[in-house]
Design a binder for this molecule. Structure first.
Ligand SMILES: Nc1ncnc2c1ncn2[C@@H]1O[C@H](COP(=O)(O)OP(=O)(O)O)[C@@H](O)[C@H]1O
Ligand SMILES: NC(=O)OP(=O)(O)O
Length: 314
């Protein structure tokens, strides 16, 4: 029977550059339409780390190099730009794949704002890597010149880091739910959503990038999804990851997952937020489950053949 699914797409579903993204989304669309063809209803969210860093650099540093008075474009606006340009590529790739397979479903991107708490301690402790990977020396030079915070990103190189507060509420959730319930394919919460703080009826952009796995978890809860699928570059989560005694995880309970988190089995900033989002979704209502797997394995994963499945257990 068809399930209500929220899919969070990791970086490898989009690539790092404009040309890579155009190619990657075609492949991504095929995997998502495989699920739609089986009768599942989907909402898709995606990351934006490389893209939002590139956009922020381009609009601020490069533009200001030729036009000194050019006003600073805030990070919240850069997240909005990343949502729309990634959404543009994704919705077109999905549209084409749906038409090619004769599936009459409209597909659209909802520009999504996500409320954050201005007192969230994350504002004082930047932890979200954005933009390109650099050598330590290059990153330190950028820190000294621009005052950016920098951090080593899970053994993959050095990157700029920005605040990443927890998502509290999805502003456009009624629109997302209405489209989803009408059987449409919805792209929402891209890049974790545009971070905003409430000021009465006014929503003020915040300087941050929200984790897309946490935002996807909240969307999934608020649309009453059955499954949260987090697609990334590994088929399963592992304990002792990268060590000789590495063990891939198939079905685990939220209690087991929480214990592995405590033991430090999942790298902060990469696998840890995925597992934390999976636990939160699985525990949010009876019968809900989360799946972490590869894009190419999404269909096998939903059929219970692979991936790491996280449920409350018995
Ligand atoms: N315990 C673990 N099990 C599996 N992968 C892990 C683990 N710890 C860290 N990782 C790494 O986390 C990566 C996924 O995080 P990341 O690349 O940041 O996600 P995204 O796909 O959302 O961009 C995996 O490709 C893997 O290299
Ligand atoms: N916003 C976000 O979580 O992006 P990445 O998945 O690219 O880090």
């Amino acid at each position: 029977m068809g399930k209500r699914i929220v899919i969070a797409l990791g970086g490898n579903a989009l690539g790092n550059t404009l040309t890579e993204q155009m190619a990657a989304v075609k492949h991504t669309a095929k995997a998502i339409v495989d699920l739609i063809a089986e009768g599942h209803e989907v909402i898709i969210s995606h990351g934006n780390g490389p893209q939002v860093g590139m956009i922020h650099h381009a609009v601020n540093e490069l533009t200001r190099a030729v036009e000194q008075d050019f006003p600073i474009i805030p990070l919240s606006v850069c997240v909005a730009m990343s949502q729309s340009y990634i959404g543009y590529d994704l919705q077109n790739a999905l549209r084409e794949e749906l038409l090619d397979r004769g599936i009459p479903k409209p597909c659209a991107t909802v520009i999504t704002q996500v409320v954050v708490d201005p007192e969230d301690p994350a504002f004082q402790n930047p932890s979200k890597p954005i933009g390109r990977f650099m050598s330590k020396e290059e990153a330190e030079a950028l820190r000294d010149e621009k005052g950016y915070e920098i951090m080593e990103d899970a053994g993959r190189g050095w990157r700029r880091v920005v605040a990443s507060p927890k998502p509290r509420d999805i502003v456009e959730i009624d629109t997302v739910r209405a489209l989803f319930n009408a059987g449409q394919v919805v792209i929402a919460g891209g890049g974790g959503g545009i971070p905003v703080v409430r000021q009465g009826n006014h929503l003020k952009g915040a300087s941050a990038v929200i984790d897309k796995d946490f935002a996807s978890c909240l969307i999934a809860q608020q649309v009453d999804a059955d499954v949260l699928i987090i697609l990334t570059a590994v088929e399963k989560c592992a304990i002792n990851f990268g060590k000789p005694d590495q063990k891939w995880l198939d079905n685990i309970t939220t209690d087991e997952a929480r214990q592995y988190c405590k033991e430090g089995q999942f790298a902060p900033g990469s696998m840890l937020p995925k597992v934390e989002a999976a636990i939160k979704f699985a525990e949010s209502a009876p019968g809900r489950k989360a799946l972490i797997t590869l894009l190419e394995k999404a269909r096998d994963g939903i059929d219970g053949k692979t991936g790491t499945v996280i449920t409350v257990g018995h």
